[in-house]
Design a protein around this ligand. Structure first.
Ligand code: SAH
Length: 244
């Protein structure tokens, strides 16, 4: 029986892959990958390595999660090294935990290979530090997939009153609702916010605005995109190093 490596591929820039992930990609018998994992990485695989695309983008799966779980199990019966390659880190909204639990229940050995998460690296490439002395001492990474008006939301919006930097993943399609909600809980209409599209790649684009203006300015950006809310956004004026 093979072993499954639940592997983070980093946020986009292929050089942000860890050495461990790089080695596993080179050694893999089969690689099961997502839309968000940079396909350039696959060129590093050995000849004869099988590639299986399961196309998960945000939460619209081309293959349902239980089928991906089962696929990994089936592959472990046939192959020695199965690399399950995911964008960013496998456990940051990556469902790597669910896959691991399923494998465990089937008696399959697995390893987690952490990756650089887009939640930190994408703002960083845009010149926005997620923490900065004198500005903010903490940050939150939140799913933006849950609409703020959803009835049984797990998100406690009142928590966002603090000065934490807030990073929303999977939130572009809810941008309008998110900004309105933040204003509703008491944040100023002029509060700084940025949307970063295709971060860490040559197509990276960042739009900066306020809670009031950002929706009109950023709604048509291509995905993947993430949202950063906080005074740290203002540092981009001086720290924008990558897009320039
Ligand atoms: N496991 C991933 C996140 C998966 S959720 C990680 O750790 O990075 C998918 C969301 O991540 C997208 O909807 C988007 O909000 C964000 N994302 C991933 N890659 C991105 C990129 N290159 N640029 C901007 N946002 C990105």
């Amino acid at each position: 029986m093979g072993r499954v490596y639940l592997t983070g591929a980093g946020p986009g820039d292929i050089e942000l892959l860890t050495l461990k992930a790089y080695r596993l990609v080179k050694e893999a018998d089969v690689i099961v990958y997502d839309r968000l994992a940079n396909p350039e990485i696959l060129k590093e695989a050995k000849s004869g390595c099988e590639f299986i695309y399961v196309g998960k983008a945000d939460s619209h799966h081309s293959l349902p999660q239980d089928e991906i779980n089962e696929l990994l199990y089936q592959l472990s019966l046939k192959h020695k090294k199965i690399v399950r390659l995911k964008g960013g880190d496998p456990l940051v909204f990556g469902r790597g935990g669910e896959e691991a639990l399923y494998l465990k229940s089937r008696g399959v050995e697995f390893e987690f290979i952490p990756g650089i998460t887009s939640a930190i690296a994408v703002p960083e490439y845009a010149g926005i530090p997620v923490t900065h002395r004198g500005v903010t001492v903490s940050f939150r990474v939140v799913t933006g997939h849950e609409a703020p008006d959803k009835k049984k939301s797990q998100i406690v919006w009142q928590n966002f009153k603090s000065d934490d930097t807030i990073i929303f993943l999977m939130g572009l399609h809810n941008l309008d609702k998110i900004t309105k909600k933040l204003i509703e809980i008491g944040k100023s209409k002029d509060f700084p916010i940025a949307v970063i599209s295709k971060g860490t790649t040559k197509d990276e684009k960042t739009v900066v605005g306020t809670l009031e203006t950002i929706y009109q300015k950023a709604k048509d950006l291509p995905t993947p995109a993430l949202i950063v809310v906080g005074e740290v956004v203002n540092l981009r004026e001086q720290l924008n190093w990558f897009e320039e």
